[in-house]
Design a protein around this ligand. Structure first.
Ligand code: UDP
Length: 238
């Protein structure tokens, strides 16, 4: 483990499922509010925050194409799902008095700002949380790739991937109690061993730009802040 970094700008990536609580589908407002409060603690530290939220709690492209829909069409539906999640998170952040912008990769000017890189940077400098919605705007990609792309464009120091477990394990810790957690792991090891941190294109994009990925548990209250301060358990992919 390297010395703790004083982060000034970070990307928080969460899956759509993180917003559904114990329900099997959709949005669970108390869970969205809880995640917003985690973001607030970090914003109070003065850290500039980017967010990407998946759409899997509403619609996944692969699921649509498995039902016979054209893959690209299904993927566009998935991207629209991420916009709904982004708006829900924006509302929850605003309830915490955090200025927030939803920035969409697919133009829908009445609902969200279009993505203009310099404008997004300016929002961050003004300490507004930027939620990047609609993924990369392209089918055949995932929101993990979108998070990595935007983190690079925004010069984030790391991607924080909030999950249900406190890091990357050699096998599923919910099924195997003796699963071993990695403290540090290389991008190539993640790819070779199929460790399931993020999809392969996202890992490769992070590797090629030396962007560390920090995998931590979002279920731990105060966990996001603690990780930024170098405490708690997590895995660093670098
Ligand atoms: N998606 C896409 N291009 C992107 C990002 C997302 O086509 O750049 C679509 C894709 O169909 C994906 C869906 O949006 O299944 C939801 O995103 P993802 O599966 O990454 O969400 P998560 O698993 O993080 O909830």
């Amino acid at each position: 483990i390297l010395a703790p970094v004083n982060y000034s700008r970070v990307m928080l990536k969460i899956s759509g499922e993180a917003l559904m609580g114990d329900q099997g589908y959709g949005l669970h407002p108390p869970t969205v509010a809880r995640i917003a409060s985690e973001v607030k603690r970090v914003q109070d530290m003065g850290v500039e925050i980017c967010m990407v939220i998946g759409g899997g709690n509403i619609f996944r492209g692969l699921q649509g194409s498995a039902q016979g829909m054209e893959r690209a069409t299904a993927d566009y539906m998935g991207m629209l799902a991420t916009v709904m999640n982004a708006l829900a998170m924006q509302a929850a952040l605003e309830a915490e008095n955090i200025h927030t912008r939803v920035i969409s990769a697919i133009r829908m000017d009445e609902v969200a700002e279009p993505y203009i890189r310099r404008r997004a940077v300016r929002h961050l400098e003004k300490k507004r949380v930027c939620i990047f919605a609609a993924g990369t705007g392209n089918p055949y990609f995932t929101t993990d790739t979108a998070a990595t792309l935007r983190a690079n464009e925004m010069n984030c120091e790391a991607i924080f991937k909030g999950t249900k477990v406190d890091g990357v394990y050699d096998r599923d810790p919910k099924k195997f109690p003796d699963a071993k957690r990695y403290e540090d792991v290389t991008y190539d090891e993640v790819l070779q061993k199929h460790l399931g941190v993020m999809d392969a294109s996202a890992i490769a994009l992070a590797r090629d730009n030396d962007l560390p990925i920090i995998v931590f548990s979002l279920d731990e209250p105060g966990g996001f802040k603690a990780i930024l301060e170098g405490q708690g358990t997590y895995t660093r992919v670098h």
